[in-house]
Design a binder for this molecule. Structure first.
Ligand SMILES: Nc1ncnc2c1ncn2[C@@H]1O[C@H](COP(=O)(O)OP(=O)(O)OP(=O)(O)O)[C@@H](O)[C@H]1O
Ligand SMILES: [Mg+2]
Length: 201
């Protein structure tokens, strides 16, 4: 999901994850979602907010465990192992206080924490903000792997249209709360006039 500052991207993600009151309906797999954040979380929606929302006073492992709090089953260990396959350093440095991680590491930790809830739909709000290009590429490589290997659906909000279109299959351009343009990412990337007028590159 692309769009200028103030277009309503964050608000859209909040409406989906039930963290803002909304009108209209949100449907997931043909079922209408009713209720707040708990209902959304139980339905398999994980939201990594703008600015990550890492608990800086807690350790890496404590942050990961918190990600599983909506789940009833107790197999949190297995999921930590699974997250550790994507991010080995999170297990190795599990005792480190999250506030002392670098910005890129904190963004990865926020993703790891979201994965602990075993989501079906992952919402990412501007994950590339403030990160070096190399880290951004690594982040999106992992997101793509999650999509391809585990069938995880990811809705990502990005300022950087180039990165977002390369990593995604479909795109939505938001303008003051409405979808102004939608299509496959290849279509949008391939059309120069669209790129100029909507995407700014
Ligand atoms: N709770 C609220 N009450 C009133 N206005 C709000 C509220 N939340 C958001 N807005 C307004 O709605 C508009 C869209 O905000 P939103 O945060 O969704 O934008 P955005 O597309 O994520 O922008 P950015 O790229 O800057 O993050 C903004 O003008 C914002 O001030
Ligand atoms: Mg926003």
């Amino acid at each position: 999901m692309l769009g200028a500052n103030g277009a309503g991207k964050t608000t859209t993600l909040r409406a989906i994850s039930g963290t803002v009151s909304r009108s209209g309906t949100i449907e997931l797999d043909g079922k209408i979602l009713k209720g707040g954040p708990e209902v959304a979380a139980k339905s398999g929606i994980a939201h990594v907010p703008e600015g990550r929302g890492t608990f800086v006073e807690l350790t890496v492992l404590e942050n990961l465990r918190l990600g599983a709090y909506t789940r009833r089953d107790r197999d949190v260990k297995a999921d930590i192992t699974r997250v550790g396959e994507y991010f080995p350093w999170m297990v190795e440095r599990g005792g480190q206080r999250a506030g002392t991680l670098s910005g890129g590491e904190q963004q990865m930790l926020a993703l790891g924490r979201a994965l602990m809830s075993r989501p079906r739909l992952l919402l990412l709000d501007e994950p590339s903000l403030g990160l070096a290009p190399l880290i951004v590429r690594e982040f999106f490589r992992i997101v793509r792997e999650l999509n391809e290997k585990e069938g995880l659906t990811v809705l990502v909000v990005e300022q950087d249209a180039r990165i977002a279109l390369r990593a995604s299959q479909r795109a939505y351009v938001l303008e003051v709360g409405r979808v102004a343009l939608t299509g496959t990412s290849d279509e949008l990337q391939g059309d120069e006039s669209i790129r100029r007028s909507y995407l700014g590159y």
